[in-house]
Design a binder for this molecule. Structure first.
Ligand code: ADE
Length: 218
């Protein structure tokens, strides 16, 4: 069982994805669990404020330490072993190998994903973060999309999520630098675009060779 607790101001931006398709299946089978913490609940003052202007000046608002620390501590009070992930464009760029490591790390693991929003966060928040993860060299509005990408790429690798005996086979194609071969389904001829002859041959040895040759090696 892998558990993700997502600390966010925008639960509604994340939840529908986790209630559909493979993520829903993983939850139903008891292989994954998703929980939410509303950062606003830990906000300061009558307006439950979670952000403030930067010292030294500059545009925008930064996530404050107090609500973030309190939110994370509230989760860790129930499970001290939970590890904190911070999606940030300056983190380590996420890849398939990292997803596999997270999926294989322990049979029972709990990750807290802190979704920053606004223009950034107080640097002292990094003192309670275990993993800084970037989706790539571009800037998103918040941590919600990265949280979903991280969760999806990890959960699909957990045995039983993609489907029983086939998952090991599928995994062999998910090394990241060994992308899957081109695939086709019916019809054989679509508007003059034909399925490669070899795939219709029934010759499994030749098909395996063709697939190996055509798997997009990086
Ligand atoms: N937050 C904003 N942009 C991001 C990115 N590219 N990766 C992870 N977190 C982010």
């Amino acid at each position: 069982m892998i558990k993700f607790t997502i600390i966010t101001l925008f639960r509604e931006a994340i939840e529908p994805y986790l209630k559909a398709s493979m993520m829903e299946k993983a939850t139903r089978k008891g292989l994954a669990e998703f929980d939410f913490v509303d950062l606003r609940d830990f906000g300061l003052g009558p307006h439950k404020s979670v952000d403030d202007t930067p010292y030294g000046g500059g545009d925008g608002m930064l996530l404050r330490c107090e609500p973030v620390f309190k939110a994370i501590e509230s989760v860790k009070a129930k499970d001290a072993s939970a590890k904190v992930i911070l999606p940030t464009p300056v983190g380590e760029v996420w890849n398939q190998e990292m997803a596999r490591e997270f999926a294989e790390r322990e049979t029972s693991s709990h990750y807290i994903i802190l979704c920053p929003h606004y223009e950034g966060y107080d640097e002292r928040i990094l003192s309670i973060v275990d993993y800084k993860i970037s989706l790539g060299k571009y800037v998103l509005t918040g941590g919600e999309l990265p949280a979903l990408a991280i969760i999806d790429s990890v959960v699909r690798l957990i045995p039983g999520v993609l489907g029983g005996e086939k998952s090991a086979e599928i995994e062999s194609f998910s090394d990241g630098d060994n992308l899957e071969y081109p695939q086709y389904t019916r019809p054989e001829d679509f508007r003059g675009m034909k399925v490669p002859e070899i795939l219709l041959s029934g010759n499994h040895g030749e098909i395996a060779k063709w697939r190996e040759e055509h798997s997009g090696k990086a």
